[in-house]
Write a protein that binds this ligand. Structure first.
Ligand code: HEM
Length: 437
């Protein structure tokens, strides 16, 4: 059944409020209350039906799709829905905090049709050339280097010292640079996503631009077996500028969600004895934890920014051409119930049931298998070396990052029996004599 009436067809639906001017009932998807318990907010929004009016930054309104069926209808209908934000951008303050996630760029995420298909194929084909065993080896090595940096301390913040750095170290290698070069990338990306002041953001932006420029110049001169060279050699023949845009997208698109996937899964494992109760391991695996997170705590909570190509009547609501509509993967996937950490698996619980954590349709994440491989390997490596990790803060006191798009922890403070690097090589370290036994 189409939810879009034919031109001229009458409907009893109400026209939405003017663009970007929220009505008085609009619900914020930012701030401490939302970060502390977004699922309570989604539950309150369900009274609106399939779509709810929200505010994603002060003064910036959007319609949020919270119904699973409606989300699929939108994501699979590019004839009605475009990723082109240009009309909407005319009505939004340039300095809004959400602009970096919504301002269009000539890359796969913000384009439609053939242009999108061309960019996406370059990314997907290049990722397809990565050998799984090579990927696993690289993740193990970067994981080991991070674990070695805190293993002897007996305590660490598993977000700041592990989950947030590992994707950058991995992708620095995958794009073809030696580990020494990762500092500029870390400085750039972390500063852009985590920077507190405009000056920090500007410095980070400059570092990131320098990183990508130097990377592409180097690979132009000296191609190798890496993502950058494969982007450049792809038969789609992207221009130098197009390549820079797809690299920037790929690094940006992988950083936050992959960090959050690793961090959210670790946090669930550490409060659930079924995973990690004793030295011989639990009944559930890292993969189970990752699927639990995808279903119940998706790392990207709300995104898939789309704009109707014309005024449409969609699942009970009139929407205007060019209006911002976001999909809540978190609300749609948990419409029929949700497992909190440590709760038993059920039909609507961990692992079971469909979810939208990767979105769906033409823009669905093209890197699902690589992302799962990286996250699984990273977690397995950490829990293999540090076999008795426990949280030092109760789960319900952990702080979550603010903002409408992501679901990820600020930090994950943990302790464990210290282990020391093994200078003899082979296994990178062994249990410290101070603590073993
Ligand atoms: C290896 C790590 C990852 C890479 C390289 C990557 C890359 C990408 C790229 C290039 C896109 C744009 C695709 C397009 O528009 O055609 C995308 C979309 C998306 N990715 Fe990923 N991704 C990664 C990990 C993740 C993770 C861990 C999640 C969450 C579980 C995720 C969720 C999404 C979602 C929801 C979209 C759709 C966004 C939208 O259309 O607005 N990705 N990803």
């Amino acid at each position: 059944m189409s939810t879009v009436p034919a031109p001229g067809q009458q409907s009893s639906g109400q026209m939405p409020p003017p663009l970007s001017r929220p009505n008085h009932e609009v619900t914020p998807l930012y701030g401490e209350e939302f970060a502390a318990d977004p699922y309570a907010v989604y539950d309150r929004l369900r009274k609106y039906g399939a779509l709810a009016p929200v505010e994603i930054a002060p003064g910036v309104g959007a319609m949020l799709v919270i119904d699973y069926r409606a989300a699929l209808d939108l994501l699979h209908d590019p004839a009605t829905w475009s990723k082109d934000s240009s009309i909407w951008l005319n009505n939004v303050p340039e300095d809004s905090a959400v602009m970096p996630m919504l301002r269009g760029r000539p890359n796969a995420l913000f384009t439609d049709g053939e242009t999108h298909a061309r960019y996406r194929k370059v990314i997907a084909d290049s990722f397809g050339r990565q050998e799984p065993h090579e990927m696993r080896r690289n993740v193990q090595e970067v994981a080991d280097s991070l674990i070695a940096s805190f293993a002897a301390d007996g305590e660490a913040d598993l977000i700041g010292q592990f989950a947030r750095v590992l994707p950058l170290l991995y992708f620095n290698r995958a794009f073809g640079l030696p580990d020494e070069e990762s500092e500029l990338l870390i400085q750039g990306i972390m500063g852009m996503f985590d920077g507190k002041t405009p000056e920090e953001a500007a410095a980070a932006d400059a570092a990131y631009t320098r990183y990508v420029t130097e990377l592409t110049q180097l690979k132009q001169r000296e191609p190798g077996q890496d993502l950058t060279s494969w982007f450049m050699q792809h038969p789609a023949m992207l221009s130098a500028e197009e390549i820079v845009h797809q690299i920037v997208l790929t690094l940006g698109a992988s950083y936050e969600p992959l960090s959050n996937l690793i961090g959210n899964a670790l946090s669930r494992m550490l409060v659930d004895d079924r995973y990690y109760g004793n030295l011989s391991g639990g009944a559930l695996t890292a993969r189970d934890a990752l699927h639990d997170v995808l279903r119940n705590e998706p790392p990207m909570a709300n995104y898939s920014a789309h704009y109707p190509r014309r005024d449409v009547y969609f699942h009970g609501v009139w929407l205007r051409a060019g209006q911002l509509v976001l999909v809540s993967y978190a609300a749609a996937s948990t419409q029929s119930g949700r497992s909190a950490p440590g709760e038993s698996t059920g039909a609507a619980g961990s692992g079971g049931g469909a979810h939208l954590a990767w979105a769906a349709g033409p823009h669905a994440c093209p890197a699902q298998q690589p992302a799962l491989l990286i996250a699984t390997t990273a977690i397995e490596r950490l829990t293999a070396w540090l076999s008795d990790i426990e949280l030092t803060v109760p789960y319900d006191k952990l702080a979550w990052r603010p903002g409408p798009f992501q679901r990820g922890l600020v930090s994950l403070p943990a302790r464990f029996s210290p282990v020391s690097p093994d200078s003899a090589g082979g296994k990178p370290w062994k249990r410290s004599s101070r603590q073993s036994g």
